[in-house]
Design a protein around this ligand. Structure first.
Ligand code: NAP
Length: 461
């Protein structure tokens, strides 16, 4: 029997392992989900919404277990208390808009006609989730999908093997029927085979571009709806009128929090020449304050990367950039805990340019490159010089200028004076290789349902 393992970044031990389901066993899970769906969808919306909220509340009660378990699985320091803030914010927000988002669009209600567009659940929704924010990314789809009347099958990342089990445990204990929300352990081949067999009505995949491509290939010809939330190389642009302290604080946090393993983390920063020297100096000082170490130590503010193979990519990108002329400004002596493996010191690189993989490919680590620019045009061209397009973070006091530039930027979200945040009232979406579709907001509900038109003529004459 093939086993799926979670190797802990804390000490390299096997923290958890589970048997992968065979194709036939996985088909049984999907069949149960399909059987349960009609009855679930017939329950009143408010009942489904309340059950999902109870599930989320139950997970909050489990924080004593969930928070250290998360540290063991992917290295996030316990100091940050897990993902409850964003998890609760998203669950509560989608609950608050569910009735409006799913309300029929009424065109006519007269003696002669009823004409309206209703929203109908897709059926069985498959959620394939990543390890970097394992609870928050998963709940983005699970909560609205269940509220809208779908049943959900969740396949979580091997690195965060226990997260799916915890989520399902919380929801079932809160009263969600067992077959309505199920967790599965699957290898890639079985995942793709299930999709290729047309098992699901909608698949939401959050992860790498390569993974997204595999989902598209698996779904080809099945007409299965796909939501793909993939990688990023998000830029920050600091204009000459920016609040320097705030820009340093937010952009450096955005670049390094969670060891830089955020889909919308800041990976490259362009600074107007008038602020460049001060920005660089303050940024290096900012990251030098981190305490790298064991994530179970309450003093640790920067944990190991989730896996030493992810740290290897970051080290290689940095070494390549330095070999091409970049300068690394953070003194390694400040971080003796850097072990050449999963524990990786933060880094700030200057003298970088777009010929370097470090400025083009997703780094997904606590390292950021800073470049000097002279104008909006130059910054815009550099920001758009990327195969990715998730978010961009603009720093200025001029909202009109930010909006004007924002319309030229090829990303799904444009921020002004903030970064690395997912607002559940807005649509989370990307362009180019960052994927397609959109989650959260009213648009997320629309993507997790299909329209059904009712055209009822009440008189025959
Ligand atoms: P990943 O390696 O693509 O894995 C994501 C999930 O997909 C995991 O459950 C993984 O399973 C599964 N998977 C990957 N390739 C597969 C395949 N060929 N067939 C079937 N299943 C497959 O990504 P990750 O390393 O977990 O996450 C980091 C990436 O996610 C980054 O690129 C990040 O930018 C992106 N991300 C994007 C967003 C967004 O909103 N745009 C949000 C968060 C993360 P295993 O773990 O078992 O391999």
């Amino acid at each position: 029997m093939a086993m799926i393992q979670c190797i802990s970044p804390v000490d390299g031990s096997v923290y958890a392992e589970r048997a992968a389901l065979s194709f036939d066993a996985a088909k049984d899970v999907v069949a149960r989900a399909r059987k349960a769906q009609k009855a679930w969808a017939k329950r009143p919306l408010e009942e489904r919404v309340q059950l999902v909220l109870k599930g989320a509340a139950r997970l909050n009660e489990m924080s004593d277990v969930v928070v250290p378990e998360l540290a063991w699985q992917m290295g996030r320091p316990i100091k940050y208390g897990g993902e409850y803030k964003g998890f609760n914010e998203r669950s509560n927000y989608v609950a608050s808009i569910a009735a409006d988002a799913l309300a029929p669009v009424v065109i006519e209600e007269s003696d002669r006609f009823e004409r309206r567009i209703e929203r109908e659940a897709h059926g069985v929704v498959f959620v394939v989730a990543p390890w970097n924010y394992p609870y928050m990314t998963a709940i983005n789809t699970i909560a609205p999908a269940l509220m809208a009347g779908n049943t959900v099958v969740l396949k979580h990342a091997s690195q965060t093997l226990l997260v799916g089990e915890r989520l399902v445990q919380a929801f079932i204990e809160a009263g969600v029927p067992e077959d309505v929300f199920q967790n599965v352990f699957l290898d890639h081949q079985t995942t793709s085979a299930l999709i290729a067999a047309g098992s699901f009505n909608f698949v939401n995949f959050t992860g790498s571009v390569e993974g997204g491509r595999s989902m598209e290939r698996a779904a080809a010809g099945t007409f299965t709806g796909l939501g793909l939330e993939l990688g990023g190389k998000d830029p920050g642009y600091v204009m000459e009128d920016a609040d320097l302290e705030a820009a340093v604080d937010t952009l450096m946090d955005g670049a390094t929090y969670n060891s830089g393993q955020c889909c919308c983390g800041i990976e490259r920063i362009y600074v107007h020449e008038s602020l460049y020297d001060a920005f660089v100096e303050k940024s290096v000082a900012w990251v030098s304050n981190y305490k790298l170490g064991n994530p179970l130590d309450p003093e640790t503010s920067l944990g190991p990367m989730a896996n030493k193979r992810f740290a290897k990519v970051v080290r290689e990108q940095i070494a390549d950039a330095v070999s091409k002329g970049a300068k690394a400004l953070v003194d390694p002596k400040l971080f003796p805990q850097d072990d050449g493996g999963a524990y990786l010191a933060p880094q700030v690189l200057v003298d970088v340019d777009h010929s370097m993989a470090f400025m083009r490919e997703e780094t997904f680590g606590p390292a950021v490159g800073i470049m000097k620019v002279k104008s909006d045009e130059e910054a815009l061209a550099l920001m758009n010089d990327s195969q990715y397009g998730l978010t961009a973070s603009l720093w200025t006091k001029d909202a009109e200028r930010a909006a004007r530039l924002g319309r030229e930027i090829e990303t799904g979200t444009v921020f002004m004076n903030r970064a690395d945040y997912l607002d559940p009232a807005l649509c989370w979406t990307g362009v180019k290789e960052t994927g397609r579709g959109g989650s959260l907001s009213i648009i997320g509900f629309q993507n997790l349902t299909r329209p059904k038109s009712f055209h009822l003529k009440k008189v025959t004459a």
